[in-house]
Design a protein around this ligand. Structure first.
Ligand SMILES: [Fe+2]
Length: 402
């Protein structure tokens, strides 16, 4: 919930929205911020702050330690775990590769069916459910339209790390809070993850493989290769690796959320596109032109009421901050879209764009098992955008239906 009823200004020090200053100081953090500016997102603050974060990353010797996305963790309710796995296998090219159950977690690993040809790995999808009641993400899930599934969200972005000991030592020294006191050791990998981010309600995990790469078997677990056959639908092979995810973030948290992400990874801010009349900004962070792209969508101004605030702020009011969609690179997208539709898949919007626009794309309705939308996307040539000028309004507006 946005507790700021009449937000006017944001403190550049604590990034909180305040209605008035106290003798020029921020009444929330008590500090003396350098700037207190009218609260309306613009790139002025971000463009000034990003080089400082990148410089600090260099000084802290963090550059080169964190690489691309290794996996996404989708947590579900226990009773919806199996449906979530099956649904992803039936609506993407993913293959259910591994099932691992110990006393704390049930983890199913799904491998997308083909790597990005320009990379030597592609993000896996991990469906997880907790077998014990404690859930550190629980508080992020108690929103108007999410409280019935209080354990369901995309919880963690796991990035590949080439020296986890060093990374952990540096970030620990910087005061980053991690979920565990020490790096966790598994048969095939070492792992640490941050506490959930206040800004995006997700955690960032860091994984260093030292055994069989891609084998996410848990400790003290019953692990096996599932005996599951994908439906015999050839068109699913057209749906391949994860291109990007888009996280809906509250307007007031946009700058801080992006800067936090840059501080924890080796990504950098790429660009932002404003849809002024929909009160929406799409901001993009990248590691390389070919890697998974991290997209944040926020309002320009904060939530002011369900009818007049625009679809993006309305979404975070109803659902809280969370990942809205996972976009899958899709070949033969026109035919694939038709076949999915024939087989009963429901969409928020028809297939938009075309070769001349640089991309084709569409959104499914949100999954009842994961609350996530699938985007199917096909890029033509070297188009690196996430929508075209002609369809940005329709795509953004389609989330009004959620
Ligand atoms: Fe997208």
């Amino acid at each position: 919930m946005n507790e700021h009823k009449n937000p006017k200004i944001i403190c550049s020090q604590c990034h909180d929205v305040i209605s008035e200053t106290k003798d020029g100081d921020c009444p929330k953090c008590g500090g003396k911020p350098n700037v207190i500016y009218d609260f309306r997102n613009s790139d002025e603050y971000l463009i000034r702050e990003v080089p400082k974060v990148l410089e600090q990353r260099k000084i802290n010797k963090l550059n080169g330690l964190v690489h691309g996305l290794d996996s996404l963790v989708i947590n579900t309710e226990i009773d919806l775990h199996q449906s979530a796995v099956t649904e992803l296998c039936e609506t993407t090219g993913s293959i259910w590769y591994l099932d691992s159950i110990n006393q704390d977690f049930h983890l199913s690993m799904l491998q997308t069916n083909e790597k990005n040809p320009k990379l030597d790995y592609s993000p896996k999808i991990l469906i997880q459910s907790r077998l014990r009641p404690q859930n550190p993400f629980y508080g992020f899930n108690l929103n108007k339209k999410t409280r019935d599934l209080p354990n369901t969200r995309i919880e963690t972005f796991n990035f590949r790390c080439s020296n986890l000991d060093k990374y952990f030592e540096i970030q620990n020294e910087r005061g980053i809070t991690f979920m565990t006191e020490n790096i966790q050791e598994y048969d095939n990998f070492s792992y640490i993850q941050t506490a959930p981010s206040h800004y995006i309600g997700c955690s960032y995990g860091f994984i260093q493989w030292h055994g069989k790469e891609g084998d996410y078997s848990l400790n003290n677990a019953n692990t096996h290769r599932p005996d599951y056959k994908k439906p015999n639908k050839n068109y699913l092979d057209n749906i391949k690796y994860v291109d990007h995810t888009a996280t809906r973030i509250r307007a007031r948290d946009r700058d801080a959320g992006i800067l936090e992400f840059l501080e924890l990874t080796n990504y950098t801010f790429d660009f932002a596109i404003y849809a002024l009349d929909l009160n929406s900004i799409t901001s993009v962070a990248r590691y390389s032109p070919d890697d998974f792209a991290m997209v944040f969508t926020s309002g320009i101004t904060p939530f002011i009421g369900s009818e007049s605030t625009g679809p993006t702020e309305r979404y975070t009011f109803n659902y809280g901050t969370r990942v809205h969609h996972i976009a899958f690179h899709t070949e033969e997208i026109t035919e694939t879209y038709s076949k999915l539709k024939e087989d009963g898949m429901e969409f928020l919007i028809e297939l938009l764009g075309g070769e001349n626009d640089g991309l084709h794309q569409t959104f499914t309705k949100q999954s009842p098992n994961t609350m996530t939308v699938n985007e199917y996307i096909h890029r033509y040539g070297d188009f690196k955008g996430f929508f075209t000028r002609s369809n940005v309004r329709d795509l953004t507006k389609s989330t009004y239906k959620q």
